[in-house]
Design a protein around this ligand. Structure first.
Ligand SMILES: [Zn+2]
Length: 347
């Protein structure tokens, strides 16, 4: 910048002018700088808030998908603070209360909404009928299972199923040194198709599809229901431990090792299945002899893992590391082998 000095030496206005001008410039510069900084901070704060919001939504979806209700509830409540009128979020919260067996809270929440929605009505109605059923059956709330019914199973069968499941649950907690954070969702149903005699293809009886679905008719057949409960409960534990889709041979292999019902069975006739077949869901397999083969090889492969290290806590660490390491890398790290080598060892 330049300053015009005046000829008048005594008052030296030129110098004053000049420093005034300098000050003005400096002030302007500082103001501009501050505005810039402020703008930048606003931008980055907005970006940070946006990123946080996106991360929260991503995590919420994951928790909902994996039925991790504690985490889902915390997140949905946080999102509702941002947008309290979001009906979709309100619907999720009602569903989460329901899934956590908090039926009274669910009903009260639905009643206090100021919009109508068929799904909300359904949740309320279902909560009311579950409260009634539990009262009618004189059931205590189970420690680790959230129970629903299909059909009209007998109280005696329900009580026995729950007692056996609790014992199995404790054993699995102990074996894997793992305590699931959420209650397991159990559907007890009366099955007309299940006769409870003879060897069964597994998917006809009980299944785990996020919920444990158990036909209570089996309660007359101890030799069947014990392995069946242990088997499906193992799947539920694998899910709770990993929140990840582990390869099917790992999942079915460990479930069979724990249920013990097929241990020592003869190798099925014909050649070994390939790795791809052992990795995709078995229930898609319509051909019974192929399915039997897939189950047999799965168990044999997991048995080979446990020969290398018998600890199920080690096994738990292995399946938990799959999410970050990848399936094959985790297998190498924990057991020093590839799935192909394992299959070669048992074929
Ligand atoms: Zn299974």
């Amino acid at each position: 910048m330049t300053c015009n000095s005046s000829a008048n030496g005594s008052r030296r206005p030129g110098k004053v002018d000049c420093s005034l001008k300098n000050i003005v410039y400096i002030v302007l510069l500082v103001v501009a700088l501050l505005a810039g900084v402020r703008w930048y901070m606003q931008q980055s704060a907005a970006k940070e808030a946006f990123d946080r919001h996106e991360a929260l939504i991503k995590e919420t979806n994951e928790c909902l998908e994996m039925a991790e209700w504690n985490c889902a509830e915390k997140n949905v409540r946080a999102l509702l603070k941002e947008t309290p009128d979001d009906q979709n979020l309100q619907l999720h919260l009602a569903g989460i209360l329901y899934e956590q067996e908090r039926y009274e809270e669910c009903i009260a929440y639905v009643d206090s909404r100021n919009f109508k929605n068929a799904d909300l009505d359904y949740l309320k109605q279902k909560s009311e009928s579950l409260i009634r059923e539990i009262q009618d059956l004189q059931l205590e709330r189970s420690m680790h299972f959230r129970v629903e019914f299909e059909g009209r199973p007998a109280r005696k069968d329900i009580m026995e199923a729950l007692a056996v499941l609790e014992v199995a649950y404790d054993s699995l907690c102990h074996l894997f040194d793992f305590h699931p954070e959420n209650k397991m969702h159990l559907v007890l149903y009366e099955s007309s198709q299940y006769q409870g005699v003879g060897p069964r293809p597994e998917w006809v009886g009980a299944v785990f599809d996020g919920k444990l679905r158990i036909p209570v008719n089996v309660m007359q057949h101890r030799e069947i229901y014990r392995p069946m409960f242990f088997h499906e409960l193992t799947h539920a534990f694998v899910r709770a431990m990993t929140r990840y889709n582990v390869p099917l041979w790992v999942n079915e292999g460990i479930a069979q090792v724990i249920d013990g019902s097929r241990t020592g069975m003869q190798r099925p006739e014909g050649g070994a299945p390939d790795i791809a077949a052992l990795t995709t869901p078995f229930v898609n397999e319509n051909n019974t002899s192929t399915a039997v083969k897939l189950y047999w090889y799965s168990q044999a492969m997991v048995e080979r893992l446990l020969e290398r290290n018998a600890s199920l806590v080690h096994f738990r660490d292995y399946i938990q590391s799959m999410r970050t390491l990848g399936n094959e890398e985790a297998l190498q790290k924990f057991y020093g082998v590839s799935s192909r080598q394992l299959l070669d060892e048992v074929r």
